[in-house]
Design a protein around this ligand. Structure first.
Ligand SMILES: NC(=O)c1ccc[n+]([C@@H]2O[C@H](COP(=O)([O-])OP(=O)(O)OC[C@H]3O[C@@H](n4cnc5c(N)ncnc54)[C@H](O)[C@@H]3O)[C@@H](O)[C@H]2O)c1
Length: 258
């Protein structure tokens, strides 16, 4: 049981990009709620470190680290197979991995096409591939919760990383269409749209002046943390979230209204 009241004992959550930042908070938070966690992450050392963090607190078998690129169809299939062989089921899939904190801000005319393609491959194809691999398992159980991490930049139209904005807008569209395709099998699909969220990872893209500007735009005058997103994700994964699907939920202290 977590501080937010959810009990996910007996459930399994596959969380992508959980080696650091928001994904790491999701992994720890879902483990606290009683779920077994599969950390699907490109960075092996970070994946292992988060799994070790969870195992040291919740015991052997509470989490596994799986090294995979979410944009590689074979690696994704293998990651789902590995999760099933370890835990036997997948109830919750959080599509959190993205090319994000490493991006440079620059006008769209200056974004190298190669970088544009990489962002689309990971942020868009990755969400489709991981969801496609998890869907048959969830359909069989007639139960599933897909939580896609989009971004408030879609609503704001934030300039200087057009590939990222385009990729996160695609996530909103996919969330709606997937919700319609999967609803008949008891699977919900929702997107969270975080505002500027501060994690242990420093980002050059946010200057001190921008940090002040961000607070000025929020109704609630404190910086967003990954725990704010965790609370929303736990709600969507819980029994109470079963009738909410296809939604794009802004968790940003009231920066944007959809
Ligand atoms: N932090 C924010 O302000 C903010 C705001 C809005 C949306 N988001 C979104 O929230 C999510 C998490 O953000 P964050 O701040 O923790 O980002 P982050 O950049 O710190 O972490 C991303 C994680 O994804 C992993 N990853 C990247 N490419 C991968 C791939 N191909 N396969 C598997 N793993 C891969 C990275 O190794 C890293 O561990 C992202 O989807 C991001 O776009 C973040």
């Amino acid at each position: 049981m977590t501080e937010y009241g959810q009990d996910l004992a007996g459930q399994v959550a596959l969380i992508t990009g959980a080696g650091q930042g928001i994904g790491r908070t999701f992994a720890n938070g879902f483990a606290r709620a009683g779920a077994k966690v599969a950390i699907v992450e490109l960075n092996e050392a970070k994946a292992n470190a988060v799994a070790a963090e969870i195992v040291s607190e919740f015991g052997d078998g509470a989490a596994i680290a799986i090294v995979a690129d979410v944009a590689d169809p074979d690696a994704v299939e293998a990651a789902v197979a590995q999760t099933l062989s370890a835990f036997g089921r997948i109830d919750i899939c959080i599509n959190n991995a993205a090319i994000f904190s490493t991006l440079k801000m620059r006008s769209f005319e200056e974004i190298p096409y190669e970088e544009w393609r990489d962002v689309m491959r990971v942020n868009v194809d990755g969400v489709m591939l991981v969801t496609k691999a998890c869907a048959p398992v969830m359909r069989r159980n007639r139960h599933g919760r897909i939580i896609n991490i989009s971004s408030g930049v879609v609503t704001l139209g934030r300039p200087y990383y057009l590939h990222y904005v385009a990729s996160k807008a695609a996530v909103v569209g996919m969330t709606r269409a997937m919700a319609r395709e999967l609803g008949t099998d008891g699977i919900t699909v929702n997107a969270l749209l975080p505002g500027a969220t501060f994690t242990e990872i420093e980002r050059e893209t946010v200057t001190p002046e921008q940090k002040t500007q961000i607070l000025n735009m929020q109704c609630i005058k404190r910086h967003e943390t990954a725990d704010d997103l965790l609370a929303a994700a736990l709600y969507l994964a819980s029994k109470g979230g079963e009738f909410v699907t296809g939604q794009s939920i802004a968790v940003d202290g009231g920066t944007t209204f959809r």
